[in-house]
Design a protein around this ligand. Structure first.
Ligand SMILES: *[C@@H]1O[C@H](CO)[C@@H](O)[C@H](O)[C@H]1NC(C)=O
Ligand SMILES: *[C@@H]1O[C@H](CO)[C@@H](O)[C@H](O)[C@H]1NC(C)=O
Ligand SMILES: *[C@@H]1O[C@H](CO)[C@@H](O)[C@H](O)[C@H]1NC(C)=O
Ligand SMILES: *[C@@H]1O[C@H](CO)[C@@H](O)[C@H](O)[C@H]1NC(C)=O
Ligand SMILES: *[C@@H]1O[C@H](CO)[C@@H](O)[C@H](O)[C@H]1NC(C)=O
Length: 299
């Protein structure tokens, strides 16, 4: 058969265009920063060494082993990997220094209880007027702040903005390593997206889902951890102008909290951070509803 040059050229161009416009499942990998010769990427836990951040297929199970290595398994996706212990990652463990949260409602669970399930709808705010290099992370989440288990673990479905909206499950940071599932896109302002963290005897599940039901999840070995603190938060990086924030509200609604005894809890949220820049404020509307405002005077 004769080759039709112009046809294959056209095909090639279409292919290139597809590659260029396809959204990366892991946007942080599109913005690698070199600092002192090392590659860093932005995460909800600050800038992390690229080699300590692991992108895994949705549904992957993360299992810590005693020697500091981590097993990743996902039978459905035919994926298995062993992440070697890394002293470099352990040394830079970001859970030792978390300081970029600006708007936050938090609650310590009642004594002698731990979390079984925490779920919420996230009302997606307006897209920021300006897109510079800002990173916005909205999430509900939980931590074992009681010292149980081998180390602090952060579990969170994170609605993110970096040049666009996406939703992704994160776990930080067994042995200094962070894990994330592929981003879910098709998220637009004023959607209700769904996030949950669920803990049973052996595992933790972190689920991010858009309004079309597209999901991305991780499971993590519980490893003796009692999740004793929950939060609903906005965390930001490299804001250069108030217009880098959405104008108006973002809302966590219909929040349900179930304790290990299967009792539904009524959270008593506290706002320990107070007002933030660009007219930022958190409003605890009721135990199931928290709104975060920027760039508006509404009470
Ligand atoms: C929690 O458990 C400890 C140890 O079992 C017990 O001493 C304490 O009274 C309990 N606290 C509450 C509030 O139930
Ligand atoms: C919380 O529970 C109520 C009552 O069961 C339910 O209608 C609501 O959808 C739940 N919230 C979420 C985020 O699923
Ligand atoms: C975790 O919680 C369970 C049940 O409430 C309790 O029996 C256990 O002692 C707790 N573990 C730690 C390390 O606090
Ligand atoms: C605990 O949750 C994991 C992951 O969501 C699931 O695979 C496992 O079957 C659950 N175990 C129990 C005892 O329910
Ligand atoms: C912030 O953005 C607004 C609107 O785009 C622009 O008019 C203003 O000059 C910017 N301010 C700074 C300090 O960059």
């Amino acid at each position: 058969m004769k080759t039709n040059t112009s046809q294959s050229l056209l095909l090639g161009l279409i292919l290139i265009a597809t590659v260029v416009t396809a959204q990366s499942l892991h946007p942080h990998d599109e913005d690698i920063k070199i600092i002192d010769g090392e590659q860093y990427v932005q995460t909800p836990f600050g800038l992390m060494l690229r080699e300590c951040v692991h992108n895994v297929p949705s549904g992957t199970h993360i299992q810590e082993s005693e020697d500091g290595s981590i097993f990743l398994t996902n039978d459905e996706k035919n994926f298995a990997k062993r992440v070697q212990k890394s002293e470099k990652c352990q040394k830079a463990d970001p859970t030792k220094k978390l300081e970029q949260w600006i708007d936050n409602g938090g609650w310590d669970l009642p004594a002698n209880t731990s979390l079984s399930k925490f779920e919420a709808y996230y009302y997606v705010p307006n897209t920021p007027r300006t897109t510079n290099d800002q990173w916005l992370y909205y999430f509900i989440g939980s931590q074992n702040n009681d010292g149980s288990g081998p180390s602090v673990s952060i579990i969170q479905p994170v609605l993110s903005y970096w040049k666009g909206w996406y939703f992704q499950s994160w776990n930080c940071c067994p042995d200094g390593q962070a894990f994330n599932s592929p981003s879910i896109f098709n998220i637009t302002p004023h959607d209700q997206v769904y996030g949950s963290v669920q803990v049973n005897k052996t595992s933790v599940n972190i689920l991010s889902q858009n309004k079309f039901g597209e999901q991305s999840s991780l499971t993590v070995d519980r490893n003796g951890r009692n999740f004793t603190w929950i939060d609903a938060t906005l965390e930001v990086y490299t804001i250069s102008n108030c217009t880098d924030y959405p104008k108006g509200r973002m809302t966590y609604s219909q929040m349900n909290v179930t304790l290990n005894n299967e009792i539904e809890a009524i959270p008593q949220w506290t706002d320990s951070f107070g007002p933030s820049e660009c007219l930022g404020k958190i409003i605890i509307e009721d135990p199931q509803t928290i709104s975060i405002y920027h760039n508006t005077l509404r009470e």
